[in-house]
Write a protein of this length. Structure first.
Length: 250
């Protein structure tokens, strides 16, 4: 089976539209309109148009596009803040909140028209009025994993010592070091984002497709056929660079 995947979008609607266009071009070339497209999570924060990104994904689902959008840690923080601005993600570093400039929640609120200079209580009141219910429903419905044909997609990765069907959401959307540094094969090829790298890279047992769109770099769109993967570019497919899985990222 053929699968397409898109890295962390982080509020960059223009980059998301460009990635989808590359996928559409490759689909036409191979005549495969039904291959799933998995967006790896983190639709929101840091970039200028989180609202537009969510709206774009909703419109695609309504049209019947075979799109799967996974839950990322930023998406969950947005949802939790809407429920209760005092609620903290237990995995987030203690010096940060969702509204911290490094996290990017303020840019998400601004995309909905919230006055981000107001007190938090007023920002929350405005957000509850301005964020459409269908956006909240869409975020709440996002799965934290997608698996098919010995491929396992998750925003951040998996905990190596735990069976795939027993992974916790905290690990699926937050894990880094233990997963990155694990050199041995998993029960499936893991496709993830969450930790930016210079370019989407195949590590043998996992593929990292977060190429740092949040920080001004390209948004990666890839195609995966069995265990082979290519980056989609305006010039066509380019094989992903390979990295020895024994290399320590962290």
């Amino acid at each position: 089976m053929r699968h397409y995947a898109i890295g962390d979008v982080h509020g960059h609607l223009d980059k998301l539209q460009s990635a989808m266009a590359l996928i559409a071009r490759d689909r036409d070339r191979v005549d495969d309109p039904k291959a799933p497209v998995v967006q790896i999570g983190d639709l929101v924060d840091r970039g200028p148009d989180s609202k537009g990104v969510i709206e774009f994904m909703i419109e695609g689902v309504i049209r019947g596009e075979p799109w799967v959008t996974l839950l990322g840690n930023h998406d969950r923080q947005f949802l939790w803040w809407l429920e209760d601005p005092e609620r903290r993600d237990p995995v987030l570093k203690t010096e940060y909140t969702w509204l911290h400039e490094r996290i990017g929640g303020l840019t998400t609120l601004a995309s909905y028209g919230v006055d981000i200079t107001a007190p938090i209580s007023e920002m929350h009141r405005q957000a509850r009025s301005l964020v459409p219910d269908d956006h909240i429903d869409f975020l709440n419905a996002m799965p934290n994993r997608y698996t098919r044909d010995r491929l396992f997609f998750a925003h951040a990765g998996i905990r190596p010592s735990v069976p795939l069907d027993q992974q916790t959401e905290d690990d699926l959307i937050w894990i880094r070091g233990e997963f990155h540094n694990h050199p041995d094969p998993h029960d499936a090829l893991i496709i993830h984002g969450h930790t930016p790298v210079k370019a989407a890279t195949h590590y043998g047992n996992r593929i990292n497709i977060d190429s740092g769109a949040a920080w001004g770099h390209d948004l990666s769109a890839v195609v995966i056929e069995e265990r082979k993967a290519w980056l989609l570019t305006v010039s066509g497919r380019v094989p992903l660079p390979h990295q020895d899985p024994h290399f320590s990222l962290i």
